[in-house]
Design a protein around this ligand. Sequence first.
Ligand code: HEC
Ligand code: HEC
Ligand code: HEC
Ligand code: HEC
Ligand code: HEC
Ligand code: HEC
Ligand code: HEC
Ligand code: HEC
Ligand code: HEC
Ligand code: HEC
Length: 329
Amino acid sequence: MNLLIGRRRILAGLAIFVSVFILGIGVASAEKRSTAQQPSSSSWRAQVAGQPTDYVGQDVCAGCHEDKAKQVSTTVHAHTVLAGASYDTGCETCHGPGKAHADAMGEAIGNAAKVEAAKKLIYGFHGKGEENSARCLACHEYGEEHSNFARSQHNVNDVACIDCHSAHHAKESQFLLVERQPVLCFSCHTEIKPEFSKPFHHRVNEGLVRCTDCHNQHGGFLTKQLRSTASQDQVCFKCHVEKAGPFVFEHPPVKTEGCVACHTPHGSSNPRLLRRSQVNLLCLECHTLTVDTSVPGLPSFHNQAAKYQACTMCHTQIHGSNFSNIFFK
Ligand code: HEC
Ligand code: HEC
Ligand code: HEC
Ligand code: HEC
Ligand code: HEC
Ligand code: HEC
Ligand code: HEC
Ligand code: HEC
Ligand code: HEC
Ligand code: HEC
């Protein structure tokens, strides 16, 4: 179902890609996109240039790049060919019009200087991150998953599609990844890696949970590129549904500050991924009269004798309850 929608969007993208190409102007695509999906910046979008006669079609490329042609034919991009649009198929959908390059190469054989010059006549993805990504986004930005790439921390920091994906040298054939998760992510996010080696952690290294379950690597509206559930709730509810409520008696911080008020999302030295080594210290961050008068302090019988330190022994339903306003059951 999702896949079908994805395909349809990409096909729509293809149609627009072609119309932009034919008209030679960028506004056509902007008009056809719904306002909800307008990217924040369109100035760096690919300038799809040239006339139909500037393209030669994949067969000509294959004449000299046989290995590439074979390899591409085994990937999803082999099927991005549009019927009846010979000038907009195969290799040239990503590399742009290639006739000048093909012709020049034909005359350059054996002449190193001419070969170097002919290389510059085709787009070889040596540009800036945004420029490279724009090539891919010409087809891929038409879906919730990808339409916010422009505002992503990745794009802003010059991380491009081809830092994670490769059309020709993918290590993982699924999603054309240069490396599988989480190794891919750790290759840059070295600071995050130790968190998943702590005694208590979401089992990302073990393959049970993925970085991209919680983060949208392609960008979104929330901070830290966090995903939300389909109903726009916190990402944690996607798997921990029973914590979502609604409850007759809510414990406000669960909803207002979110799960990370008490838990570390990646890993922790403390059981239950708690931020504090002892539960009572966690609770007392808020339940002290001096901190915030809207949060009740402890009843006086809660002397900090051992009995009262294990708060959740009694307040067991700490995420909310339908039966007890003090979360006993
Ligand atoms: C007459 C032979 C010939 C044809 C036809 C040809 N190429 Fe090339 N191409 C070459 C050679 C030679 C190189 C340089 C290879 C090298 O440096 O290793 C090259 C390099 C490239 C590069 C790398 C450019 C860079 O900046 O590094 C790309 C991309 C490319 N070709 C794409 C294409 C595409 C797409 C087509 C079809 C539109 C095509 N080529 C047609 C011979 C050809
Ligand atoms: C989905 C987009 C896409 C398609 C389709 C595509 N390429 Fe590429 N190509 C790239 C990217 C991106 C690079 C830069 C290197 C990389 O990221 O792997 C590249 C690099 C190259 C290079 C430089 C050498 C290298 O291995 O990096 C050549 C040559 C090339 N492509 C030829 C072709 C030919 C020939 C076709 C058609 C058979 C083709 N490409 C189809 C995206 C594409
Ligand atoms: C930081 C790394 C990273 C960057 C940058 C990135 N991707 Fe991805 N992408 C991934 C990973 C990882 C997956 C696989 C997710 C999964 O396993 O569900 C993926 C999945 C995809 C998919 C297939 C699933 C889907 O959501 O449709 C497409 C298409 C895709 N990426 C295109 C792109 C394009 C186009 C760009 C650039 C605009 C890009 N990606 C940038 C890491 C990245
Ligand atoms: C001419 C349009 C077009 C361009 C340009 C293009 N793609 Fe794609 N791409 C497609 C289509 C169509 C699919 C198949 C979509 C599907 O299966 O839903 C696809 C699929 C993918 C997938 C998913 C692979 C999988 O296993 O599901 C990734 C990843 C991807 N493209 C990355 C890229 C990257 C990176 C670039 C730029 C270097 C790029 N694409 C450029 C049309 C394009
Ligand atoms: C090529 C390097 C690279 C790769 C690979 C990479 N990232 Fe990033 N990522 C960055 C950079 C650079 C930033 C921005 C600076 C920062 O926050 O560290 C960033 C930012 C982020 C952020 C936002 C952090 C914030 O403070 O807002 C998240 C979340 C993220 N990356 C997740 C991922 C995930 C998940 C993967 C694997 C699918 C991944 N990254 C792969 C380089 C990379
Ligand atoms: C269970 C959900 C979840 C998983 C799985 C997850 N993250 Fe996070 N990540 C979060 C949350 C929530 C935050 C925000 C923490 C905060 O605001 O205090 C975050 C923050 C980040 C940040 C911003 C820096 C920081 O520490 O605040 C980066 C970068 C990041 N994650 C990368 C990754 C990478 C890489 C992976 C996979 C190896 C990953 N995350 C797996 C939920 C997750
Ligand atoms: C993709 C599904 C998924 C998402 C999203 C997710 N979790 Fe989890 N979580 C799990 C699984 C599976 C376990 C069981 C861990 C295990 O047995 O290794 C778990 C366990 C936990 C535990 C208990 C650990 C223990 O020691 O008993 C806490 C606390 C937790 N998650 C908090 C969060 C928070 C906070 C978020 C949001 C930032 C979140 N989870 C998002 C799948 C998820
Ligand atoms: C006010 C602090 C607080 C907040 C906010 C909070 N938790 Fe917890 N959570 C705890 C404590 C304390 C425990 C340990 C309970 C115990 O020791 O029995 C716990 C335990 C858990 C556990 C493991 C045991 C169980 O009940 O399944 C999961 C999973 C969990 N929390 C998920 C979440 C999620 C998801 C959110 C956000 C919706 C969240 N928590 C918000 C304090 C909190
Ligand atoms: C991030 C701040 C925060 C943390 C941490 C926190 N609480 Fe709360 N708690 C609140 C707020 C706010 C209320 C709602 C007060 C009100 O009803 O006005 C509340 C209400 C309660 C109530 C119900 C009191 C009433 O009269 O309605 C109990 C019981 C409680 N918390 C116990 C705990 C325990 C046990 C912990 C530790 C596991 C804990 N809280 C951690 C903020 C926090
Ligand atoms: C032995 C069981 C027990 C333990 C352990 C316990 N409590 Fe309570 N707590 C209670 C009871 C019983 C009440 C209800 C008192 C009342 O109704 O007047 C209560 C009430 C509360 C209230 C509500 C106060 C109000 O004015 O509404 C808060 C907040 C609270 N406890 C926090 C904690 C914290 C934090 C800890 C751990 C440091 C803790 N409790 C440990 C039994 C316990």
